[in-house]
Ligand binder design. Sequence first.
Ligand code: PRX
Length: 635
Amino acid sequence: MSNYHIKHLEEYYQVYRKSVREPENFWGEVAEEHFLWRKKWDNVLSWDFEKPEVKWFEGAQLNITENCIDRHLLTRGEKTAIIFEPNNPEEEAQHITYHQLHERVCQLANVLKDQGVKKGDRVCIYLPMIPELSIALLACARIGAVHSVVFAGFSATALSTRINDSDCKLVITSDGSYRGSKSIDLKGIVDEGLEDCPGVKTVLVVKRTNTDINMKEGRDKWLQPLLENAYLDCVPEIMDAEDPLFILYTSGSTGKPKGMVHTTAGYLVYTAYTFKNVFQYTENDVYWCTADIGWITGHSYIVYGPLANGATTLMFEGVPSYPDFGRFWEIVEKHKVNQFYTAPTAIRALAKQNIAFAENHDLSSLKVLGSVGEPINEEAWHWYNDVIGKKNSPIVDTWWQTETGGIMITPIPYVTPTKPTYATLPFIGIQPALMDEQGKELKGNQVEGRLCIKFPWPGMARTIWGNHDRYKDTYFSAFPNKYFSGDGALRDEVGYYRITGRVDDVIIVSGHNLGTAPIEDAINEHPAVAESAIVGFPHDIKGNALYGYVILKETGESRNHDNLRNEINQIITEHIGPIAKLDKIQFTSGLPKTRSGKIMRRILRKIASRDMSNLGDTSTLLNPEVVEEIKDNVL
Ligand code: PRX
């Protein structure tokens, strides 16, 4: 029996049971039947969550681009691999066939080699959502270079921190980017960031906006002329199963961003297998994930998962509101999209618009609707289900993380009965556990606790770049021998999971993970600021928005507060990016602290959410009086 494409609930349970009882046989069979190996593995899995060390398909050799491109050439050479829908609807869409993708990836791979990039070197990619972005990931993978994509909405400082952390020697960027009616000076941001990155010797620049930019002599090169002179074929580098494929940064609750390292074979097998089942992709479907490739969703479910299945994957350069709020639905109609995967924040924003934007378009091609990145509230779920899916396209609410590499808890469409706001059942091979705060596993149904995973899965990140101790501390220390996700969840009476949100100091704003510490560090750089604390509060489109409590130094107390608020948000934009801007900033004389000096964020969160009940016993605080002051002045 091929376990690759699950089609009924019975089959799900059967395959799930097998995947849990005999994980090695199960994943070994999936890997054997559906991928191209240069050498087979000696051992399907070895693991130790204490170290932690996890190895899948050890001893195997492969190149992921052979799996995503070359092996399709014979049967799908003329099939569209990537549809590119530009920001401006007047600009023609591009259809890149597998054959053309092969040529373009090989050409860029050859250019990278000519520029001295070798297996194991890190390459930073800072590009908008244009085909060159997908091609750049694949070109790195072709030659065994480790890509580190930085979302092109991040600031110069955020970019340079990431480049330095992983010691990238080359950056691929573009002159500019289009986002709705705006054009952004991407190269200017790169120039500024690179002032702090002595290790970067080469910058390859894609021409996209034809903006007049500064090209630094000896460092910056236009990509196009180099591509024109490059060979159309490039022999793939043969990689070991556990060789790193990419680094992708995610925010932590403390300190600098964590460079999650994903390796080659397990990531390929897991993203391909989840893609096939979670979207029930069949040949000739057109699949569209609206995420940016700067995030894990784009890596796994725009590039690697779909291409490994020979799918047609759509890339959209623009935003849902340009030229108007009908754009997503216009694209669905235009390209006859069958599977559509987006974030609750986009759904909420679109649901607020005139219903005609959706109703004016033929959405009958849709078969599966996906949601990812944050909890989807009931209202948004129903709107998605009724208005977009016309009640006959199942919603897959997919829970997973940068660290997990692929989808972990999800319905399988047409297989698992859905339930609004529930991610439902663990995916094949995934063994969740809910833990109480004392570290005891909560067995049975109708329980709520911290969401952990008990057993390795092929797509999991293997380490944090350059900091294995932090990897262990963050994910494997809270609950021994388990991976701890940082999320809370409940399991209902039938065993369905519902994710309740982060239980640490990560705040999800519009589906983006933001750590409180880096934002507070940025704010504290302002000369008038003495101390600050950030919390999240509910927002009807973004899910959460940020609320800052700021203590001013004496020098700042007489300053105009609106000006200060603007300056603080300006600093945040420079250090992190506009996504981390605060919606509300309350100036205060103090922050509630425990006697050991720890900020009581729980109290601040409640006040910011205007939930003044149950603040708990504040009398044991170091400074209980400040709670009253904060309550009185809440914004
Ligand atoms: O809190 C969970 C939330 O997003 C976090 C992971 O963020 P990131 O690493 O950026 O990856 C996002 C895309 C995979 C999780 O810890 N999250 C993700 N999906 C869901 C979710 N929360 C609720 N429901 C989801 N479906």
